[in-house]
Design a protein around this ligand. Structure first.
Ligand code: SAH
Ligand code: SF4
Ligand code: F3S
Length: 472
């Protein structure tokens, strides 16, 4: 049994990570043939991509996937800790599973992902959820086959969560959710320790994958016909710093852009690590999509300092304009937290000012959520939840206004769209994303297949999407 420990998770020992090739355990291949699994993923793209590995590992064990948890022999929740509501969702699901398990005793239930890295969650599970069969963390996902096998064989709760990262495991099997868009991890973990954020504890130290391993994965994806790759990391802009003297995200982007891949995206970028070289490279290559997620979190330098973000409002704006100037028709999106402890009306107004100035193409807005073990958790917080909710509403009104205003500018123009499929809601319409990552619904007189990149003339703009028709 391994239980997570925050003190250990917090430590940053500058050490070299061993890179090892994953060895699949052939002894238990297809051992559970005929059994089914249901996998529920919460949280960010990192978790979605982990789930693509988890699915492949389960399939190796012989399980096949079902879309209804009531029909499954094994239910696994890949969880997220970022805000309290993510927690609540997972615990809500556990409530339903407890009920199901009381009727179906042989049901196997497991929990993994970021919540599994939290000491308090694991304690709670050991105390109040003895019926959960197994728990494993983000650092030992690759052990899944043996953990599940043990949980079933021994009929005893298995808790296997490493507090800190171990080797950098390459070559995990993967079943990708999409046949033309793929995620590629480039860096794991985060060393930024923004004071509100739990990720540095749940995902460990920044560890870059070797460029050769990344480039090889990209080559394989190109050979398989993938059209778009998204380079993933909690802070992709720190790529390479722990591994190379002089090879950063700018170099990696350039090496990938020279390959025959039509679309390259990357996320997320912390403003602190954004270099001029990266901006130049993004501006130079047509296949690096002009869409950058640049979380600001707050427009008040005082709050930014309390958040540990390492930049002022002015520094952020300088970077923002540099990107706008260098990357033609770039769209910039952001994340904003309202109601950080100590945020006064004045600070909040500064956030609104910044939003008015940046006119973001997209923004994810959140109310501050206390995460146990983070420094912000201990800060005095006198603003009522009601007031915070009001601020969120006021902010959303403004960001939404600019989404629509920016979209309106696209009316009458032609955009390139990577086709995702037929629209669920609108009959006879296809949908896909533009180079600037906007959702486009369109009609077509031509033959259209998923994975095509087509030209669409925009006929009308909405707040969160655009309508158009294919042109040639
Ligand atoms: N690595 C990314 C962020 C990942 S989390 C980055 O730094 O840009 C995604 C977003 O969740 C963050 O940008 C932040 O806006 C929000 N977030 C993180 N912790 C939060 C908390 N405790 N309360 C509310 N929002 C939070
Ligand atoms: Fe969290 Fe900050 Fe790291 Fe993003 S950069 S994951 S917000 S600590
Ligand atoms: Fe959530 Fe973990 Fe991602 S906390 S946002 S799933 S890194």
């Amino acid at each position: 049994m391994h239980i997570p420990n925050y003190q250990e998770a917090k430590r940053r020992n500058k050490k070299e990570y061993r890179r090892v090739d994953y060895k699949i355990n052939d002894k238990i291949k297809n051992k559970y043939l005929g059994k089914t699994f249901y996998l529920k993923t919460y949280g960010c793209q990192m978790n979605e991509h982990d789930s693509e590995n988890i699915e492949a590992l389960l399939v190796h064990l012989g399980f096949s996937k079902v879309d209804d948890y009531n029909q499954a022999d094994l239910v696994l929740l890949n969880t997220c800790s970022i805000r309290e509501n993510a927690h609540n969702k997972a615990f809500g699901m556990l409530g339903r599973l407890k009920h199901l398990k009381s009727e179906k005793r042989e049901l196997i239930v497991g929990l993994c992902g970021c919540m599994a890295q939290e000491h308090s969650v694991v304690e709670e599970i050991m105390k109040n959820y003895p019926w959960i069969n197994f728990v494993f963390g983000t650092h030992n996902l690759y052990q899944l086959p043996n953990i599940i096998d043990d949980a079933i064989k021994k009929n005893k709760q298995q808790i296997e969560v490493f507090s800190t990262e171990g080797d950098l495991v390459e070559g995990l099997p993967v079943i990708r959710a999409n046949s033309h868009k793929a995620y590629v991890n480039i860096i794991y973990g985060c060393d930024k320790f923004c004071t509100y954020c739990i990720v540095p504890y749940t995902r460990g130290s920044e560890r870059s994958r070797k460029k050769e391993d990344i480039l090889k994965e990209v080559d394989e994806l190109i050979a398989e016909g993938y059209k778009e790759i998204t380079l993933l990391g909690q802070n992709v802009n720190a790529y390479g710093k722990d591994l190379y003297d002089n090879y950063t995200l700018g170099n990696l982007l350039e090496d990938i852009a020279q390959k025959e891949i039509p679309r390259i995206r990357f996320m997320t970028s912390h403003p602190w690590d954004f270099t001029d070289h990266m901006i130049e490279v993004i501006g130079k290559y047509k296949n690096i999509m002009p869409s950058i997620h640049l979380p600001v979190q707050s427009g008040s330098s005082r709050i930014l300092k309390l958040m540990g973000r390492r930049y002022t409002k002015e520094e952020y704006l300088e970077l923002f304009y540099k990107i706008k100037k260098t990357v033609p028709h770039v769209s910039i999106s952001t994340d904003i937290i309202v109601g950080f402890p100590g945020e006064e009306e004045e600070d909040f107004l500064e956030t609104l000012d910044l939003v008015e100035e940046c006119k973001y193409d997209n923004a994810f807005t959140f109310i501050f959520s206390k995460r146990e073990g983070t420094p912000a958790c201990k800060l005095k917080d006198e603003t009522t939840l009601e007031e915070k909710e009001m601020r969120l509403q006021r902010l959303n009104q403004i960001v939404n206004h600019y989404f629509l205003e920016n979209n309106k500018k696209l009316e009458g123009t032609i955009v390139e769209v990577l086709v995702e499929g037929k629209s669920d809601k609108k009959k006879d319409m296809y949908f896909g994303y533009s180079d600037t990552n906007k959702l486009i619904n369109f009609t077509s007189e031509y033959e259209v297949s998923v994975g095509d990149i087509v030209s669409v003339e925009i006929t009308s703009a909405k707040t969160w999407s655009l309508d158009g028709k294919q042109v040639r």
